[in-house]
Structures are given as C-alpha cells and as structure tokens.
Design a protein. Structure first.
Length: 365
C-alpha cells in the first residue's frame, strides 16, 4: 500500500471524526444534557469503514459511491438538526458581530501573568486553552450553527478531494466533480441559511422540520460520483433497447438533470413557493432565488428535450442506412458482432481469395 494513499485516507477520516465531535459537543453544550454525547458513537461506523477500506481496497475509493462521505453525513447531520431545532439558536443579543465574536486578550494576559512566576510552561498552556474554550463558549449559538454549516460543506469538498480515488475514476473526472460540488454546496448553504433565518419560519416547528428534511435530501448527492461517469453498456440484446441506449450514451447528463429536478432545484423551488404562496412570506432574496430555481428547472427540461431529440434523430438516421444502433461506449467486439454476419463474410472474402483463381495455370506458359 502506498504511503501517500494511506496518509490521505486516514487524515480525511480523522477530519470527519473531529468535525463530527465538535458538532456533538455543541449539541451537548446547548441542550445541557450529557446524554447527547451518545451521538459520538456514530463515528464508530466511520472507523469501521476505514478499516474495511484499508483491508479490501488498499485505501482507495469505490466506483460511483463514497462510503466515507455517506457515513460522515450520518455522523454530522443529526447534530445540525438538533442545533437548528433548539429554540436557543433562534435569536442572539444585539450586535452579534461586535459582542459575541470579538475575543479580547485580557484573560489571556491575566492567565499568563498568574502562571509566569509560580507555574511552568505546561500550566500556562493549560490555562490558555481553558480561557480559549471559555471564550468560544460565549459566542452566539447562531454563529456557531452557521459556522458548523459552512465548515461542513467545505469539508465535504476538501474531503472528497483528499480521499484516494479508485481506478474507475480519473483525475480529470475528479476535478469536474469537485467544481460541481463547490457550486452545489453554495446553493445548499444559501437555501438553509436564507430560509431558516426568517422569523416567521422560526415560529413554525413543522416548517423547520420540512426545510431540514429537504436540506438533508439534497445532501445525498455528495456520496455519488455518477455526475462524471458513464454507465458501461453490455452487448446483450436488452441493452440495445432505446431507453438503455439513451442511458448508456447520456448517463452523466441525465444524472445531472435528475439531481437538479428531484434533489436540489426542484425541491428548493417547491419549499420557496410554499413559503410565498401559503405562508405569505416575501423578501427580496426569497423572490430572487425562487426565480433562479424556476430558470434552472426550465433550462434542465430544455436540456432533456435537446438530448432526447438528438438521440432520436441519430437512431432514425442509422435505421434508414440499415445500420445497427449500438452504444458508443460498447467495446469494438460487441459492435462488430451486432452488425451481423455480412461484415464477417466480407473480411473472409478479402483475406482468402477464391481457390480457382489461385490454382489456375497461366495461358502464357
């Protein structure tokens, strides 16, 4: 096993575990109940996955699916749910940016002076760490929750980048996937922060749960790598049916369209439409992002129509010429076999000329 592959696999999962533990710590501090430390046991699944991956896959990833990202979602999402639902995360004091985030150095100087004469360097470090933790605890809960959301999405992208890739995905495909994840993470963060910050939404417990459910549903696209990989076609007869051929040729494009319609922009548009239509909640950003979701859904449907018409024209053109429509990702042997026995007979005729011509005596002699 390569040292760099082993290091990337372990460091990435360690970052996932540490971030998940920070989320559990915030839940315990907010709820003031030690029983919520049991959420930390979910990280055992990530440790088990790390051991199995190192043993059977030598630390490298799987095709189309990332178990580490999926288990990281399982570890951190419950903590974010509890922080968003808790009533203490709804409001902060006045001027949160100036009062709650500003950390002065007075306590650090006091701890340094008190430990400079009598205690050693170790005691000074411990006192400094205690003061730092106490200062972090004074930060507003809303700021903490938003910071966890932001670092969570950033860690998803960075972690997917650091995780060792398998043999089925190239680095070019990985770069495309990471660029897509950056845009997706920004849209998801905007959806969660913009809708949950509305005061009327905070007063409706069922509406908060619905928004968090849609937010969780949108997260399921991160463990999957289908956005940049094509599904391989088989040379069997059922694989040459029209839907199978369409899926074979445009699998990545169809997955992107499906994600936008059913996992991200479609559900986001429905939630925002309900907020404006049923609950009569209007603001400038909500109207803008609703219009943006409508535009994206319309363009995705237009893209689907273009792909379908292009594929239909290709099939009709090949059928008029008498050719067999095969998937371009099939191997050459399968396509040669699908064209029938005429091409094989022509090859045999060219390779082996008739015996009468080769054995006929020359008239000159």
């Amino acid at each position: 096993m390569e040292l760099m592959v082993l290091l990337n696999a372990l460091v990435t999962r360690l970052l996932f575990v540490l971030h998940s533990l920070i989320g559990v710590w915030r839940v315990t501090a907010v709820k003031k109940e030690p029983k919520y430390w049991l959420l930390a046991l979910l990280n055992l699944l990530l440790c088990l996955e790390a051991g199995l991956t190192l043993k059977f896959k030598q630390g490298r990833g799987y095709k189309w699916f990332s178990p580490a990202i999926f288990l990281y979602l399982i570890c951190i999402v419950p903590s974010l749910w509890l922080l968003e639902i808790h009533h203490g995360t709804q409001y902060c004091g006045n001027e949160p940016g100036a009062v709650q985030v500003n950390v002065s150095n007075q306590d650090f100087n006091q701890s340094r002076d008190s430990s400079h004469g009598s205690e050693g360097t170790d005691h000074h470090i411990i006192q400094t760490a205690k003061v730092f933790v106490n200062q972090l605890s004074t930060i507003c809960e809303t700021v903490w929750t938003l910071a966890l959301h932001q670092t969570f999405l950033l860690l998803l992208v960075v972690g997917r980048w650091l995780l060792p890739i398998g043999v089925e995905i190239t680095r070019d495909q990985l770069s495309q996937l990471l660029l897509m994840f950056v845009g997706t993470a920004a849209d998801i963060l905007e959806f969660a922060s913009e809708t949950l910050d509305i005061e009327d939404v905070r007063k409706n417990y069922a509406l908060i749960n619905a928004i968090l459910a849609v937010w969780t549903w949108s997260m399921l696209q991160f463990p999957l790598d289908l956005a940049v990989q094509h599904i391989g076609c088989k040379s069997s007869a059922p694989a040459r049916r029209i839907p199978s051929l369409l899926l074979c040729r445009y699998s990545a494009e169809l997955w992107n369209i499906g994600v936008s319609l059913f996992i991200q922009d479609g559900p986001f548009f429905i939630v925002r439409s309900i907020l404006m239509g049923h609950f009569r909640i209007f603001n400038q950003m909500l109207v803008f992002f609703t219009a943006k979701n409508i535009l994206v859904v319309t363009l995705q449907l237009y893209r689907l129509a273009v792909i379908t018409l292009d594929f239909r024209a290709t099939v009709l053109q090949k059928s008029r010429k008498g050719e067999v429509c095969c998937c371009p990702c099939e191997p050459y042997e399968a396509r040669a076999h699908a064209t029938g026995h005429q091409e094989n007979e022509m090859k045999e005729f060219v390779a082996f000329p008739p015996k009468e011509e080769s054995q006929a005596p020359s008239e000159d002699h």
